[in-house]
Design a protein around this ligand. Structure first.
Ligand code: UD1
Length: 421
């Protein structure tokens, strides 16, 4: 286990290239189990969540090649439906997509309950509701989910989600792709990685329409063939570097982004005083003067993402006046980092779902601990903006989702290094 040492107070300047989207990769890799044969997936981020997922798939009999660090070739011809390794499954949240993949491909699944970032209670009742609507008999214990075909077999159905859930939308899409009949998911999530998953599955021969709207339709097909697919750029990684540029008063060209995916984040940062220029697949962001306070409420896409809550909180902590930050997806998310930011000089009062942040001119280096992935990213940004030296502990959380973060920040002029404990 290591920690980051950050000598802060320097504006970030230069160019950073964004990696493939974590949340798309962790959906597409399990979905690849539906494919008969080989598929080549490009722009895969080299992060620990992906490495664990690949280890799970390899243990299940999938042959994996990595011709370069961002490409994965999966050959499923030796895959027999073996249950995923319990210990590895508990290391990441997205391993629950193996439930949908195994149910869809083999009609049954036995998968341990996932681990991952526990910044809130993260129920999976909507996933289970979806699997049951597709005809599965589902047994859920404290430790695992087991599914077999129900008395009428597995087939497409209409499912209306009670809450907009990314995970449930993904899992139902994966499970339904190879089932007979049509599945309709109402109140579906609309995140860019839902669209990316649909594009991946359609490239392999699936019939999915409506992804990116709140109604996704899946017409079951008999089999998926192999093919090549490139994952979209990571919206949240891009947003994190934008927030870092703004917090440090820098000027950064962020390459390999889809500006449309960034609209909600760019408009808030612009409201706070950042200058943003959109290109076809890049964004330049700079902060010419002081930051102004603002109000942000997180929402499912296309709203302001909960996964950017902690990073914009750092910008708010450095803005003039009083900002309000309201969380509407995961209420307990503030507890992962606000007290750590306070130890660096931030002034944050939490009242229910809202953090009231009174801006300060300066944050000060301190020893802080990441409690989840995005909280860790926010502490790194705070360290970059702060006077003095910051130590960020528990960096394994950060490394779940940020590819080569040290190299990328150092190339932007940051003084940051990883120190082994
Ligand atoms: C995904 C993202 C995560 C992001 C989150 C919200 C991945 C791998 N992770 O997580 O980074 O923070 O979306 O954008 O893509 N809920 C239920 N029952 C369920 C499922 C969800 O009540 O069965 C609730 C959750 O408690 C939460 C809300 O629905 O309040 C949204 O959760 P969901 O979209 O499912 O988040 P994840 O897919 O776990």
């Amino acid at each position: 286990m290591g920690r980051y040492e950050i000598k802060g107070g320097k504006p970030l300047n230069g160019t950073v290239t964004i990696s493939g989207a974590k949340n798309a990769a962790v959906a597409i890799l399990p979905a690849a189990l539906l494919v008969n044969g080989c598929c080549r997936i490009e722009n895969v981020p080299d992060i620990s969540d992906v490495r664990i997922l690949l280890a799970i798939l390899e243990d299940m009999g999938v042959k994996i090649q990595r011709p370069d660090e961002s490409t994965v070739i999966l050959d499923n011809s030796g895959f027999t439906g073996k249950s995923p390794n319990e210990e590895l499954v508990r290391k990441l949240r997205a391993s629950y997509y193996l439930m949908g993949a195994l149910l869809g491909r083999f009609g049954k699944a036995f998968v341990a309950l996932p681990g991952g970032c526990n910044f809130a209670s993260r129920p999976i009742d909507q996933h289970i509701k979806g699997f049951a609507a597709l005809g599965a008999d589902v047994v859920e214990t404290e430790d695992y989910v087991s599914m077999t075909p129900g008395p009428n077999g597995l087939r497409g159905n209409r499912i209306s989600l009670d809450v907009v859930s990314v995970g449930a939308t993904v899992n139902i899409m994966i499970a339904a792709t190879l089932l007979p009949g049509q599945t309709v998911i109402e109140n579906a999530a609309k995140e860019p990685h839902i669209v990316d998953l649909a594009n991946f599955l359609n490239t392999m021969g699936a019939h999915i329409s409506g992804a990116g709207t709140d109604t996704v339709k899946i017409r079951g097909v008999d089999a998926l063939r192999g093919g090549t697919y490139a994952i979209i750029p990571d919206q949240i990684e891009a947003g994190t570097y934008m927030a870092a540029a703004v917090a440090t008063g820098g000027n950064v060209l962020i390459k390999n982004v889809i500006p449309k995916h960034m609209e909600c984040i760019t408009s808030k940062l612009a409201e706070m005083g950042a200058e943003v220029i959109n290109y076809d697949d890049a964004i330049r962001i700079k902060r010419p003067g002081p930051l102004r306070h603002t109000t942000v409420k997180t929402h499912p896409y296309p709203g302001f993402p909960t996964d950017m809550q902690a990073q914009i909180c750092v910008c708010m902590a450095l803005a003039s006046g009083v900002s309000r930050l309201t969380e509407s997806v995961y209420e307990t998310r503030f507890f992962g980092y606000c007290s750590e930011l306070e130890s660096m000089g931030a002034d944050i009062q939490i009242t229910g779902k809202t953090a009231i942040i009174t801006g300060t001119d300066t944050l000060y280096g301190a020893t802080v601990s990441a409690h989840d992935l995005r909280a860790g990213a926010a502490l790194v940004i705070a360290g970059l903006a702060a006077e003095g030296t910051t130590w960020v502990k528990n960096i394994h959380y950060v490394e779940r989702g940020y590819e080569r973060i040290i190299e990328k920040l150092a190339a932007l002029g940051a003084t940051i290094r990883r120190v082994e404990d």
